[in-house]
Design a protein around this ligand. Structure first.
Ligand code: KG4
Ligand code: ZN
Length: 351
């Protein structure tokens, strides 16, 4: 039995968790900053790192307490090293170093995207996952399509060329005057809307597995806002005005349909091309019910996705990824640094 303490502070959630053998959650604590950032309509890095500093001690202590273990029963401390906001990452990494020094336990710096991948190993822990699988990570910061051939073996097939899927949800949500974060609020509005009311651009018809959402976002903007008076440029930072005849619900439904179509089309095509056993969805946007249902219907393969609390950022997924890295022999010293930009590839941990 291997017990790993996970710590995650890469964006706007301060989280700690204790996981057994990479599959069983003993405790998971997430202190969300959503209310804090909702006031600004997005995540402010300085505000985020200050909130992490205030929360981290209590969050870790609570996770260890709830797991019913002492530090002597913990085998390793896994912390998110990147990618993410540098000031936020530093809070978690420094706290983990302090703990490693105080307890003498090994320290492991973990890739946040790999954490999202391993959230699937915490889902239905008794059902085996057979490689190769296709993993679609869709969050506020990332849109990555990965072929996973074994533990730690990733081939990046494609990703977004501009906005992340969750970022597109958040930007369109803000445009429509919906509260932050946009994703769940757009999904709710879309339930009462007509998905074919507006024709927004869908997946690029090309051979790549890349995505692009900024054109979709601009198309929504153009369709639903009052154009600036002729010859007058829109001032930077000015909030565009919505046209009076716009149905928020119809725009939400049509936008969601276009974005989900792009994700499903390319993922389903890759799944066939690489003959995977199943499709794994991870990240905040994988909470979206329309994405889940359409992926299942159109890919013709089993589709696995995490429960809601494991879709969004958490530390149980970092502890789970940490377990597989610990088993493979990874150990870091106290000189561990943060990697704000850190793509997930098979050689990610050796570079
Ligand atoms: O994984 P996550 O918590 O944080 C990052 O690592 O970015 O993802 C947050 C993102 C936000 O952009 C949010 O709008 C989106 O996930 N999201 C959703 C839904 N729930 C959260 N997007 C679409 N539909 C949802 N139900
Ligand atoms: Zn994330």
């Amino acid at each position: 039995m291997t017990t790993v303490l996970g710590i995650e502070t890469s964006c706007d959630e301060t989280a700690a968790a204790v996981v057994l053998d990479g599959r069983t959650i003993l405790s998971t604590i997430v202190a969300s900053q959503i209310d804090l950032h909702a006031r600004y309509g997005g995540v402010f890095p300085e505000v985020a790192s200050r909130a992490h500093i205030e929360a981290i001690g209590a969050v870790v202590e609570q996770a260890v307490h709830d797991a019913g273990v002492g530090y002597d029963q913990i085998d390793a401390i896994a912390v998110t090293r990147g990618p993410g906001l540098v000031g936020s990452l530093l809070v978690g990494v420094n706290y983990a170093k302090g703990l490693a020094l105080a307890t003498g336990k090994p320290l492991l710096g973990i890739n946040h995207l790999e954490g999202h991948v391993y959230s699937l190993w915490l889902t239905e822990p008794n059902r085996e996952i057979k490689f190769p699988v296709l993993v679609l990570i869709v969050s506020g910061g990332h849109t990555e399509l990965l072929l996973m051939e074994d533990h730690g073996q990733y081939r990046r097939l494609g990703g977004t060329l501009d906005d992340a899927a969750g970022e597109a949800f958040d930007k369109v949500g803000r445009l429509l005057g919906l509260p932050f974060p946009g994703g769940p609020n757009i999904e709710r509005a879309a339930m009462m809307g007509n998905a074919i009311a507006y024709k927004f651009p869908r997946a690029k018809r090309d051979d790549s597995y890349d995505f692009s959402f900024s054109g979709l976002k601009t198309a929504v903007l153009r369709e639903v806002t009052v154009p600036p008076a002729s010859g007058e440029p829109r001032r930077r930072g000015e909030t565009p005005r919505l046209r009076a005849d716009v149905s928020i619900n119809d725009v939400a439904a049509s936008f969601q349909d276009a974005l989900v179509s792009a994700l499903v089309d390319k993922t389903a095509r890759a799944a066939k091309a690489y003959q995977v056993t199943e499709i794994l969805l991870a990240g905040g946007v994988s909470a979206n019910q329309v994405l889940r249902q359409r992926m299942r219907a159109e890919a013709g393969l089993p589709v696995r996705y995490p429960p809601l609390n494991l879709c969004t950022d958490n530390a149980a997924m970092i502890a789970a990824a940490g377990f597989y890295r610990y088993r493979a022999g990874l150990r870091h010293g106290l000189e561990l640094d943060v990697k704000p930009m850190w793509p997930l590839t098979s050689d990610a941990y050796t570079r």
